[in-house]
Design a protein around this ligand. Structure first.
Ligand SMILES: Nc1nc2c(ncn2[C@@H]2O[C@H](COP(=O)(O)OP(=O)(O)OP(=O)(O)O)[C@@H](O)[C@H]2O)c(=O)[nH]1
Ligand SMILES: [Mg+2]
Length: 304
């Protein structure tokens, strides 16, 4: 199955929201007038695209309409599509270190899908023939370690884990030594989404990063923020918090198959200018795809 079909299937619910909404507005008349443009703006806002991003998208549509003297449904939709692709930027693959270790540190608030993403990533890279190791650095709950072990079994991946409530940085330390000894290609680190306070959480993540720099300075380290697409505008404040304090260099957007209206991808991309590398499109081990802006946008705006 191609990427477009996978996104279309995953985004069935989001598509119903945006594409059907657009059809309702456009169906009334052949050409767009001011009222219809206002309704379109409203629809974009209700799709979770965020005020700033919507302002840019609509500004762009209006300017293009004026410049070309066009008001047709097709023209509006195609300039909207171009604007959305511009906000999302080109498709970007997560870079892997070809001559050594790549570390993927997964961060994010609780319940966004970090552990699931860790499992799906190790399955994906394992299938590509990479030697993968998982680190259970969420020691806050015993269940988190079991959950990670369950995912690891599906792909036959080794897990480095300590007891519940042990120091997560110590888990990372052990995982780094094991990765070196075993000549691991990719080390995926699952972290806690909730500690006593947000400050604890940020301190913990920074400690992990310091140990990574100290123990594996020549490894390529990505810190990926996992965001639940169904949380709406709250995702923007999470993105701000983590990118400011935890040196995030990319995003994984999960649960796009849920009741997400889809627009949050654009809202966070606009806010953070940070690439979205992967999209979670379901709960299965294979339901994580490379985020492809064109497939995403087309799935969102096309009715069939
Ligand atoms: N439908 C759907 N569900 C998902 C996706 N990703 C994760 N989930 C579900 O979301 C729930 C939370 O996922 P976890 O991976 O446990 O989230 P977490 O970020 O590790 O949570 P904490 O460890 O509590 O911080 C689980 O029930 C997952 O099955 C996705 O892409 N689509
Ligand atoms: Mg977890």
């Amino acid at each position: 199955m191609g990427l477009l079909s996978k996104f279309k299937r995953g985004l069935e619910k989001s598509k119903n929201f945006f594409a059907r909404g657009f059809e309702r507005i456009a169906a009334r008349m052949g050409n767009f007038d001011e009222d219809m443009l206002d309704e379109l703006e409203n629809l974009l806002l209700r799709s979770d695209m965020g005020v700033n991003c919507v302002e840019e998208l609509m500004g762009n549509v209006r300017t293009e309409m004026k410049a070309r003297g066009q008001r047709s449904r097709e023209f509006v939709l195609s300039s909207l599509r171009a604007g959305m692709l511009n906000v999302l930027g080109p498709r970007q693959e997560l870079e892997l270190n070809t001559s050594g270790l790549t570390i993927i540190l997964l961060v994010g608030v609780n319940g966004t899908g970090k552990t699931t993403a860790a499992g799906k990533l190790c399955y994906r890279y394992g299938k590509e023939g990479k030697k993968v190791l998982l680190a259970a650095a969420d020691t806050f709950r015993a269940a988190a370690i079991d959950q990670l072990r369950h995912w690891a079994e599906l792909s036959g991946t080794a897990v480095i884990a300590h007891q519940e409530n042990s120091d997560p940085t110590a888990v990372v330390f052990d995982a780094l030594q094991a990765a070196k000894a075993r000549r691991t290609d990719i080390l995926i680190i699952d972290t806690a989404g909730r500690l006593q306070t947000k400050q604890n959480l940020m301190d913990e993540l920074n400690k992990m990063r310091r140990i990574i720099t100290r123990e594996a300075g020549d490894a390529l380290c990505h810190t990926l923020l996992v965001i639940d697409a169904t949380t709406g505008q709250n995702a923007i404040s999470q993105a701000r918090l983590f990118t400011e304090t935890a040196a995030v260099n990319g995003l994984i957007l999960t649960k796009l198959d849920g009741n997400a209206k889809g627009g949050i991808a654009l809202a966070v991309a606009w806010e953070k200018q940070c690439p979205i590398f992967f999209a979670g499109l379901g709960e299965g081990v294979e339901d994580l795809e490379v985020f492809d802006p064109e497939s995403f946008v087309d799935s969102l705006i096309m009715t069939e």
